[in-house]
Ligand binder design. Structure first.
Ligand SMILES: [Zn+2]
Length: 401
């Protein structure tokens, strides 16, 4: 009916989703997202390039790892070097020499995580830069304009990100999030960019359902689920997804923001999520932790000092094909830059291959068997180690990325 008439009537949609196959035993689905910079087979994981770089990796390495889409951070690029600067240099793709699709977040999460957030009203969120303390106002219109300057394939609406457990706050924040979603849609005009809506509502089923109703009524070409994986109990995350996914249209992609632990990816795919982003693989790598089929491996551990084996014998990444655990441990202990790079290559490779395995299993109608086979061997990290980057970011915005 009124799908996207507000902003893009009579224009072809720049980003569309094809549902290829639904799993018969879960809500998982195989699909593809078409964007102006190419196709993204889904379910897909997007490495995060906060400052117009996936930390330590070159775009060529990301292509070799076969990352289909990466994420850029509006808040950070707005502050440095400035979206206008990037626009004058030909847009974010050219600026960072990345030719495949880019998704930009709206900056809402970062702004609402800042301790210096001074004021939020229906017009804007006023905050102080974590870099120099300067004051800024994010309005829905400014956030849309900034992302249009960046030229990402997929832009996100400005949303208010409250504590997921505070009901009264979530009621207020949701009203504002919906108001802002409508203003973002009205402001959005770039024909080669899609604008996705973001559902909020914390862990509360009634608010999540309300958010789905309002946002699907506005008609976005894709829907993100925000405000989860921010420290709430995992049972709440699953219950919210369970309730809200059936309320979203099947012909639009669904994006779960900030999730990247392997076991969480399997769980969310089973619920019908198509798209993920998370700094977890890159941040863990820089801390000397790498993914394996058995769980996380901390290369700082003394037991690897003379271990001549690769991180994983079966891994085909450049790191595992050439280097031993002992060498990687040495690089980590001596804080050598190459260590950060090699660990990052392995971790991104691990998650991208995990998603490939998931897609393959979906194509063969064997998703739940693949999930079971994975979880049988994978030791889930303890709750403290699981602590998401988002909580770390709240503690220290400079650590983000
Ligand atoms: Zn490897």
């Amino acid at each position: 009916m009124s799908q996207r008439q507000a902003s893009t009537s009579h224009r072809p949609d720049p980003v569309t989703y094809d549902l290829l196959r639904e799993d018969s035993a879960s809500r998982a689905r195989l699909g593809v997202i078409h964007t102006p910079h190419g196709d993204v087979p889904t379910p897909a994981f997007c490495p995060v390039g906060t400052q117009a770089t996936v930390k330590t990796l070159s775009p060529r390495e990301l292509v070799e790892l076969d990352a289909h889409m990466i994420l850029g951070n509006t808040y950070h690029l707005y502050l440095r070097p400035g979206a206008d600067v990037i626009a004058r240099l030909g847009g974010l793709h050219r600026f960072m020499a990345w030719e495949r699709p880019i998704l930009t977040d709206s900056g809402g999460f970062q702004v609402f995580s800042l301790q210096g957030l001074r004021q939020v009203d229906d017009d804007s969120a006023t905050f102080r830069s974590h870099i120099d303390g300067s004051e800024h106002h994010f309005t829905p219109e400014l956030v849309v304009e900034t992302q249009e300057q960046l030229g990402s394939d997929i832009a996100m609406v400005l949303d208010e990100c409250p504590d997921p457990l505070d009901y009264a706050y979530n009621v207020q924040a949701l009203r504002r999030t919906h108001l802002w979603a409508e203003r973002c849609l009205k402001a959005h005009s770039r024909p080669d960019q899609a604008l996705f809506g973001i559902l909020q509502g914390g862990i509360f089923d009634d608010l999540r359902a309300e958010s789905a109703r309002v946002l699907t009524g506005l008609g976005f070409p894709g829907y993100a689920i925000g405000g989860l994986s921010v420290g709430e109990p995992k049972a709440d995350t699953q219950r919210v997804l369970d309730g809200v996914i059936p309320l979203l249209p099947k012909d639009r992609p669904r994006y779960l923001m900030g999730v990247g632990a392997p076991e969480d990816l399997y769980d969310a795919v089973a619920q019908g999520i198509d798209l993920f982003d998370c700094v977890l693989p890159t941040r863990l790598a820089r801390n000397g932790a790498v993914f394996t089929a058995e769980g996380r491996m901390n290369l700082r551990n003394a037991r690897y000092r003379e271990d001549g084996r690769p991180i994983e014998e079966s891994c085909t990444c450049y790191t595992c094909q050439h280097f031993s655990r002992a060498y990687l441990r040495h690089l980590v202990m001596t804080k050598e830059i190459l260590g950060l790079r090699l660990n990052t290559i392995h971790n991104i490779h691990f998650l991208l291959r995990l998603m490939e395995t998931i897609r393959q299993a979906l194509a063969e109608g064997a998703f739940l068997a693949a999930r079971e086979a994975f979880l049988e061997h994978y030791q889930v990290a303890d709750p403290l180690a699981r602590m998401d980057n988002r909580q770390a970011w709240r503690a220290n915005p400079r650590s983000r990325g």
